[in-house]
Design a binder for this molecule. Structure first.
Ligand code: ADP
Length: 157
């Protein structure tokens, strides 16, 4: 049976830190669905469609990675598409506390769901979408925080 995990997030934008989680996740799962959560109240820094293009550009030709968007509760989305594994990354104890709470809430809403938390390797711990956004808004170079070959300017237009 094919094992699929949903990797949910805002991915505004998707960074090298996110990529390491997808790549590690592919060692455990046959397929990883990168699911971009849409919040209609918050348009975000990069429009959702372009956030999705960015991830698709990274994994073009790789059938094991699918990119989708969803609205509403992440756990409900997983239930709707019949996926029982939720992949998440953990950089530090702040992430840990947040993820533990989310795991407990999600499990109460969908008992079959299993959260799989992967540790971030030390060299990726300082990378976050918010740092990338901040640097971008001041015209800084974010190349080193982005997956290879990704020029953020292409998605900001
Ligand atoms: P959310 O708004 O759901 O936190 P993010 O796009 O910020 O969405 O993050 C999605 C997932 O990626 C979360 O599990 C987060 O902990 C993880 N993540 C973010 N940055 C990194 C990083 N540098 N290394 C590993 N995991 C990360």
């Amino acid at each position: 049976m094919e094992k699929t995990a949903v990797f949910p997030g805002s991915f505004d934008p998707f960074t090298l830190g996110h990529k390491i989680i997808v790549d590690e996740g592919l060692k455990l799962f046959d397929k990883v669905i990168v699911a971009v959560g849409v919040n209609n109240q918050k348009p975000g820094f990069i429009p959702v469609g372009r956030r999705m293009y960015l991830v698709r550009d990274i994994y073009s030709g790789n059938e094991k990675v699918e990119v989708v968007s969803y609205t509403g509760l992440t756990v409900q989305f997983c239930k709707d598409i019949g996926v029982k594994f939720m992949l998440r990354g953990m950089r530090n104890t702040v992430d840990f506390e947040y993820e533990r709470n989310m795991m407990q809430i999600n499990q109460s809403l969908y008992p079959e769901i299993m959260t799989v938390l992967l540790f971030t390797p030390p060299e990726y711990v300082a990378i976050s979408s918010s740092v990338v956004r901040e640097l971008c808004s001041f015209g800084g170079d974010v190349t080193r925080f982005m997956p290879e070959g990704i020029d953020i300017k292409k998605y900001l237009k």
